[in-house]
Ligand binder design. Structure first.
Ligand SMILES: [Zn+2]
Length: 119
């Protein structure tokens, strides 16, 4: 399995989700944002981790209700989450993944147009 695989499955999912399903798009964007923060909190032992993880689980449950093929999408999302490897020995200030997030650079998850990738 390569980190690139989520692209194809998310793109396929786009064709099955009505573009008007703004709630799914909103939830997916929220999940991505939250998961980036959670990965940082978990890697660097932040006290925010439990609350971020609870939020992530709630959003995942909502996403499952809103997606036509939620099993496939969630599998891709979790595979992507596993690629968010932080340098645990470093403080967040020098960890490259944290720096990327602080700078507002894309988290490298190409969201399909139908569910939030494109306006
Ligand atoms: Zn980090």
């Amino acid at each position: 399995m390569t980190p690139q695989q989520p692209r194809s499955a998310l793109a396929q999912t786009a064709s099955t989700v009505p573009p008007r399903d703004r709630e799914a798009a909103r939830l997916l964007a929220l999940w991505v944002d939250l998961t980036v923060r959670l990965a940082s909190a978990a890697a660097h032992h932040s006290s925010d981790e439990p609350s971020l993880r609870n939020l992530q689980i709630q959003i995942e449950e909502a996403l499952v209700d809103h997606l036509a093929d939620s099993d496939a999408v969630m599998a891709e999302l979790w595979a992507w989450e596993a690629t968010l490897l932080h340098v645990v020995e470093m403080p967040p200030e020098t960890c490259l993944i944290c720096r990327k997030a602080r700078l507002g650079l894309p988290a490298d998850v190409p969201l399909p147009a139908g569910i939030g990738g494109v306006r």
